[in-house]
Design a protein. Structure first.
Length: 61
């Protein structure tokens, strides 16, 4: 039976690639979680956009 172990690649390029990959995955997770929480909070207050509209003026006869 062969006792050769697979060589691990150590180096700056590998460390940089793993770091960049981790940042991309982390950023994607943050964006996903933010979008989920924003959808939940916007469904609880559907009248919020109407508050920005100007009030209508009543005309007396």
């Amino acid at each position: 039976m062969s006792s050769h172990m697979q060589r691990q690649r150590h180096g700056v390029a590998k460390n940089i690639a793993e770091g960049v990959g981790g940042l991309v995955v982390g950023a994607a997770a943050v964006v996903l979680l933010r979008s989920l929480f924003k959808k939940k909070s916007s469904t609880t207050t559907p009248a919020a956009p109407n508050q920005l509209a100007e009030p209508t003026k009543e005309v007396e006869a």
